[in-house]
Design a protein around this ligand. Structure first.
Ligand SMILES: O=C(O)COP(=O)(O)O
Ligand SMILES: [Mg+2]
Length: 222
C-alpha cells in the first residue's frame, strides 16, 4: 500500500456504531405520529444517505419509498428534535477506533472526517466521543451542495489540505463511500462491520476490506 498524505474517514458505521441512537429517534418520531416502530434491525439497513432519506425510509418502510409531502414535513422536524436529544447516548466507537485514530494522527497528521450525517449532529457526536480533535476538517452531509457518493466532500478536503486524489486514502463502510472515492479518483479501504444496506461490502470493489479499524496499522506503511 502507498503512503497517503491525507486520510479521509467516514463516520457512521466506520468510526461509530450510531444506529442505536438513530433507531431510537426514528421510533420516537413514529410513536409521535401514531405509526409503528421500525426497530434497530430495519434502521441499520437504512442509514448512510443522510437524514432526509432515513426519515423517508422510516415512514414508508421502504428503501426508496416517497411518503406524502405533508407527512414528511411533519415527521422531519420531529426526527431532528428526537435525534438531537438522543444523539450520542447509545452510540459507541467501534473496537480499535480510538487507538487507530491516535496512530493515524501521529503518523499521518492530515485527517478529515466526511459524513452524510447532518452538520447539527456531527461535531457534537465527535466531541462527545472525544475524537473531534483528530480531524483537521469535518464535512457533514449538509456542509456542501452535494454529499457522498458525489466526490465534492472529498475534493473539498483535498483542496483544504492541498493534496491530490493519488495522495489521498478514503476509509468507509458502504458502497456510497466506495463510489465517492472512485468519483474523486482516490483509493478506498472499507471496514466490514458497518452499514452497507445489508449487502456484503466485499462485493463493492474497495481496494481492501478490514474487520478491525486498527488493522490500518498493518496495511499502511510508516
Ligand atoms: O447517512 C447518515 O446519517 C450517515 O452516514 P455516514 O456513513 O456517511 O456517516
Ligand atoms: Mg458510513
Amino acid at each position: 500500500m502507498f503512503k497517503p498524505e491525507l486520510i479521509l474517514s467516514d463516520l457512521d458505521g466506520t468510526l461509530v456504531d450510531s444506529v442505536p441512537d438513530l433507531a431510537y429517534a426514528a421510533d420516537q418520531m413514529m410513536q409521535q405520529l401514531d405509526l409503528p416502530a421500525r426497530g434497530v434491525d430495519s434502521v441499520r439497513l437504512w442509514v448512510g444517505n443522510g437524514v432526509e432519506r432515513l426519515v423517508k425510509r422510516t415512514l414508508t418502510g421502504e428503501m426508496y419509498g416517497e411518503p406524502p409531502s405533508d407527512l414528511l414535513a411533519k415527521a422531519f422536524p420531529l426526527f431532528m428534535d428526537c435525534y438531537g436529544d438522543t444523539n450520542g447516548q447509545r452510540s459507541q466507537l467501534y473496537p480499535g477506533v480510538r487507538e487507530g485514530l491516535v496512530w493515524l494522527h501521529e503518523h499521518y497528521r492530515n485527517l478529515g472526517c466526511i459524513t452524510n450525517k447532518s452538520k447539527r449532529f456531527t461535531r457534537p457526536l465527535l466531541e462527545q466521543l472525544g475524537i473531534a480533535d483528530y480531524f483537521g476538517i469535518i464535512v457533514a452531509g449538509d456542509s456542501l451542495p452535494a454529499k457522498k457518493p458525489d466526490p465534492l466532500p472529498l475534493t473539498h478536503c483535498m483542496d483544504f489540505f492541498s493534496k491530490k486524489p493519488e495522495q489521498t486514502l478514503m476509509i468507509g463502510d458502504s458502497t456510497n463511500d466506495v463510489q465517492a472515492a472512485r468519483n474523486a479518483g482516490c483509493p478506498i479501504i472499507c471496514v466490514d462491520y458497518g452499514y452497507n444496506h445489508g449487502e456484503d461490502i466485499r462485493l463493492s470493489g474497495a481496494d481492501a476490506v478490514i474487520s478491525h479499524f486498527a488493522e490500518l496499522q498493518r496495511l499502511l506503511p510508516l
